[in-house]
Design a protein around this ligand. Structure first.
Ligand code: ADP
Length: 552
């Protein structure tokens, strides 16, 4: 006969995260990098302003469940929205500032955003679709007087029926505490749309509970091991998958936040790191590639880092090794999706392996974070063994994984309670996940799979290569063959022959690309990943200069 537990049933709420940080760590810092130096505030100040924001929003009629969007870089006001909007029961919708105009208008209208908080510098981007926005009643502009003149604000006037406010004036005069409502922990707290490489973007709505459990997951020793002694640099945008949960996790454990604003180029980023000495950071590989090349050329002190989290796309081994050898910085790879809050796996080596052996684990996508489960499934839907060999689609389920999309049916993305990730790979006996490709990027040559990810990683280990992406292109004999798109390192001229020789002991012989193209840069998606769809389109339109080497 089951018995009832005696435990209290307190909801997990973002107001709980906010209040804990405010009470326990009032002196921890939030530092925003600015054009004229950094702006530094305490948790006590930020919490007070989050409460003021909640009052101000209530004052213009925002009620529980209303969507309040942000269109901002990473900075203090954005963090205030992260905390205050959700804590009051509204739903914070982070808009990706790099979406195409059509997608941006789609996201605002589909989510039915009532308020948009926007950086003055980003008004021109929203301005392009202002007249198409159908639900927005208030726009609150973040920025100094210099940026908010009548001409700068003018594009917003095209939003039908919207009232324009300035952020500081919007907050002014409101009480600095708020009697946060006791919400249902399963209620919506925030939402984000996936970048939608195919079709319209799809919305994921996070609950208070999922956000809190994910934030606790980030704090774990096996993930980021955050404590109040840390200073966390979120380069990963707050408009992309909740900045990997770092904003909530860091606040909950009292770590300082270092927010880079729009200053994401290697030079200002490195200056900010040297000046503010963060201990932990998160960013996609392309950011760290830029930082590495800058540091190699200029020299820099990144010794404050104890951990750099990297993910969003596969992290090249050469990047990890060079960071360690040249800069003394330890990169840990993580895997995740907007749909998984995002962190799903983290690649730390298991105990008991040598330094040399540890690399084969560190270059994998890692093991699933406790609380979440993964499996690998064959085309016919059968679960495959964890043997490191059986390749199939990876599926994931858990309390911070979405179970559906917002107001759109997508049954093909789910499988008996599991989310289909669209990633193809293996899981080994110890639980290490290795992604060989996204299902839409796989290259099938003569019926066998070539991993574009493995080829790219091997190529990016070549000293003369800055970046490289590999796509599958039609081949009369093999159906598909890899085309290597290479960006040479500054002042270098790698040749197909030298790169094929370099690859020859790293990948199977039949994987070696015959087709090569040299480009100035690899196009990136709205979240900084290689845009292989665009590369394929360019190839098909004949816009790439392809060299084909004779083989055989
Ligand atoms: P988008 O679909 O627009 O790229 P997401 O940011 O949600 O949006 O991307 C999730 C995808 O990013 C994953 O399904 C996977 O393909 C890729 N990804 C994320 N982290 C890694 C990683 N460490 N290694 C390989 N791929 C990764």
């Amino acid at each position: 006969m089951p018995i009832a537990s005696t435990m209290q049933d307190r909801p997990l709420l973002i107001s709980g995260i906010l209040e804990h940080g405010r009470r326990i760590y009032p002196d921890s810092r939030v530092i925003t990098v600015g054009a004229d130096g950094a702006v530094e505030s305490t948790y006590a100040q930020v919490a007070a302003r989050a409460a003021q924001l909640a009052h101000a929003l209530r004052g213009v009629g925002v009620v529980e469940g209303d969507r309040v969007a942000t269109f901002c870089w990473n900075h203090q006001a954005h963090l205030e929205a992260y905390l205050g909007v959700s804590a009051m029961g509204a739903v914070m919708h982070t808009l990706n500032i790099r979406l195409f105009p059509g997608q941006l208008a789609f996201c605002v209208n589909h989510a039915e955003d009532k308020v948009i908080l926007i950086d003055a510098s980003l008004i021109p981007l929203l301005g392009k679709v202002a007249s198409e926005l159908t639900t927005v009643e208030h726009v609150v502009v973040v920025g100094g007087d210099g940026e908010c003149g009548p001409a700068a604000l003018a594009p917003l006037e095209a939003i039908p029926g919207a009232t324009i406010h300035r952020y500081e004036a919007f907050l002014e005069g409101h009480p600095s505490t708020y009697d946060w409502p006791e919400l249902d922990e399963r209620a919506a707290a925030s939402m984000a749309y996936t970048s939608g490489t195919t079709g319209d973007p799809k919305g994921v709505v996070y609950s208070h509970r999922s956000t809190c459990l994910h934030a606790l997951g980030i704090c774990l020793g096996s993930v980021a091991a955050l404590t109040e002694r840390d200073r966390v640099l979120s380069v990963v945008p707050m408009f992309h998958a909740n900045a990997w949960g770092l904003a909530y996790a860091a606040w909950w454990c009292g770590a300082d936040h270092l927010l880079p604003g729009p200053f994401l180029q290697p030079e200002p980023l490195v200056r900010a790191i040297e000046r503010h000495r963060p201990t932990v950071a998160g960013a996609v590989p392309s950011i760290w590639t830029g930082v590495l090349h800058y540091c190699s050329a200029q020299g820099a002190d990144l010794s404050s880092f104890r951990l750099v989290l990297c993910g969003g796309s596969a992290v090249p081994e050469s990047l990890m090794r060079r960071f360690e050898e040249e800069l003394g910085v330890h990169i840990v790879q993580a895997w995740g999706m907007t749909e998984t809050s995002p962190v799903g796996t983290v690649a730390r080596a298991p105990r008991g392996v040598s330094e040399a052996e540890s690399w084969s684990y560190r270059v994998s996508q890692g093991r699933v974070v406790q609380g979440v489960e993964m499996r690998v499934v064959a085309d016919d839907g059968a679960a495959l063994p964890w043997d490191g060999q059986s390749v199939g689609e990876l599926e994931i389920r858990g309390p911070w994984v979405t179970g559906r999309y917002y107001r759109v049916e997508a049954p093909e993305r789910f499988d008996d309670g599991w989310l289909r990730t669209g990633d193809v790979g293996t899981i080994d006996a110890r639980g290490y996940v290795r992604i060989t490709d996204r299902s839409k990027d796989v290259i099938k040559s003569g019926g066998e799979w070539i991993s574009s990810v493995d080829l790219e990683n091997a190529l990016m280990g070549h000293p003369d290569v800055f970046e490289a992406a590999v796509i599958g292109v039609h081949d009369a004999k093999w159906e598909e063959r890899p085309l290597a798109c290479v960006v040479a390192a500054e002042g270098k001229e790698p040749t197909p022959a030298s790169m094929r020789a370099f690859l020859s002991d790293k990948v199977a012989r039949w994987w070696l690309p015959e087709r090569w193209t040299f480009v100035d840069e690899i196009p990136k998606t709205s979240v900084g990943k290689f845009d292989k769809k665009l590369l394929r389109e360019r190839y098909e339109a004949g816009a790439l200069d392809v060299v084909e080497v004779a083989t055989g």
